[in-house]
Design a protein around this ligand. Sequence first.
Ligand code: PNS
Length: 162
Amino acid sequence: MRRAVCPGSFDPVTNGHLDIIGRASRLYDEVVVAVLVNQSKSGLFSLEERMELLREVTSPYGNVVVDSFQGLLVDYCKAQDIPVVVKGLRAVSDFDYELQMAQMNHGLAGVETLFMSTNPLYSFLSSSLVKDVARWGGDVSAHVPEIVRRRLTERIGTPPST
Ligand code: PNS
């Protein structure tokens, strides 16, 4: 069975993430979406909330599972026997760091990285931007699944008008 991992923070999952996960799910028998347990970085959503949102929005794909990991991604890949990481590249600005990580992961454990070019519709999108726009009452409905938009509104609330 050919398996790949899509790792990330997913705080929260965006339509850009979902595009890459969905496309990866057509290339591999199983795609594991692995959420980083980041003890030093407190997110807007807890690990459980991020995973629950991911499970909900990836449920239409029959071959996507959601998991979490801590420590090195390559250790998770080895433990799960997953040889490939799939990442989206939004723009040239992503490339430097992504290349460094891909080379490090390959050097550490022979784990390969497959880069997918992001759909241009989502090339400017990030979880941080979405949270910022939502914080100020902006409309993020084109950028995240509806359930994520609702959770953002519940968590952040509607800012008072000035
Ligand atoms: O969504 P993000 O925050 O851009 O995802 C980054 C992530 C989780 C893929 C990356 O930080 C990672 O792989 N972290 C695990 C720790 C690790 O393996 N570090 C060495 C990378 S070469």
